[in-house]
Write a protein of this length. Structure first.
Lengths: 121, 211
């Protein structure tokens, strides 16, 4: 399975953001977009078309799956589809984050980016 | 912006059916949520352009989603391309009949055209040295400027005595035979009919030169 994970890396940027957004909890498309906006710290957001190109691929790769609406928000827009991160999706996300972390460390070693202050490390 | 939403919804309807059921409603929900968030007309226009661009990208990227997503189901195992094609044909019989008729008509007209080209241009005439046979017409210089006869000034006809004289004097050909073709009305039993008539002499004496 680990070999299979390696085949999926590196993830496209939007796919990484979607998996990261779903790591916070199950969400529908619009909520995923708002979380991505929050993660990126920008008002520029992916269109619904771009999001679903990524979502369909992630779903068919088994990284995310459709789920029922969480308790208490059944009265929400009936058109909503909720998604959650699968166990395999979480491992792929961890592997991608590990890859990115190693990249950042290497960048710090070469002084491309500032090293974090000791107090925060 | 109702028209804008209608255009967006219509665009989504063009997505392949395997994808449509999974994404269209949610995409419209996202569109509505972003529009509700937009504070003024300019922001709504930006949302519309962004969403339309995204929808177009989805159309392009997902156009063959079934094939990309389920390669093993479509092309592996016992389901051959031929069987897959046959299933496609039976699923839409009207379109299939139309396609078969179109292809049939195309093949028919192409082979008819080839028969003509083959008979007229490619295949030699059924006698020896067919490429040495020529047709000869007299020319009538005065007809060149004639209002109604100018088209046939270099394709005039021999009268029988003219031909006999020419055939006796010509030195260039091994043999010459007069030919004529015209149309005539054929009457008798039943209604009259217009028929094409061809006339040729049977190797008249004096027209053959020794070669």
């Amino acid at each position: 399975m680990d070999g299979h994970i390696a085949e999926l890396l590196p993830l496209p940027n939007l796919s990484t953001l979607v998996l990261l957004a779903l790591a916070e909890g199950d969400a529908h498309g619009w909520a995923i977009i708002r979380r991505i906006r929050e993660i990126e710290g920008t008002t520029r957001t992916p269109s619904s078309g771009s999001l679903y190109i990524a979502m369909l691929r992630l779903e068919d790769q088994g990284l995310v799956e459709e789920t029922s609406a969480p308790e208490g928000i059944q009265g929400d827009d009936a058109r909503r589809r909720y998604y959650r991160l699968t166990a395999f999706g979480r491992r792929v996300l961890e592997a991608e984050m590990d890859r990115l972390t190693r990249l950042v460390r290497r960048a710090q070693e070469w002084n491309v980016v500032a090293r974090p202050a000791r107090g925060h490390a | 912006m109702k028209a804008g939403r209608a255009v967006f919804a219509a665009t989504l309807r063009l997505l392949p059916s395997a994808v449509r059921a999974r994404v269209v409603e949610e995409m419209q929900a996202i569109y509505d949520a972003r529009m509700a968030e937009a504070s003024n007309a300019r922001a709504r226009l930006v949302v519309w352009v962004t969403e339309m661009w995204g929808a177009a990208a989805a159309l392009w990227r997902l156009r063959s989603w079934r094939r990309v997503a389920q390669p093993t189901r479509a092309f592996d195992g016992e389901l051959s391309d031929v069987r897959l094609a046959f299933r496609g044909l039976t699923r839409r019989p009207g379109a299939s009949v139309l396609a078969v008729l179109t292809v049939g008509l195309g093949i028919g007209s192409a082979s008819a055209m080839f028969s003509v080209v083959d008979g007229v241009l490619l295949r030699p005439l059924p006698w020896p040295d067919a490429d040495r046979v020529v047709a000869i017409y007299p020319t009538i210089e005065e007809w060149r400027t004639h209002p109604s006869l100018s088209a046939s000034w270099d394709r005039a006809r021999f009268s029988p005595p003219e031909f006999a004289d020419w055939a006796k004097r010509q030195m260039s050909f091994a043999a010459a035979t007069p030919l004529a073709s015209f149309t005539r009305h054929l009457t008798g039993r039943g209604p009259a009919e217009l028929v094409s008539v061809g006339v040729a002499s049977m190797d008249p004496p004096g027209h053959r030169r020794s070669s």
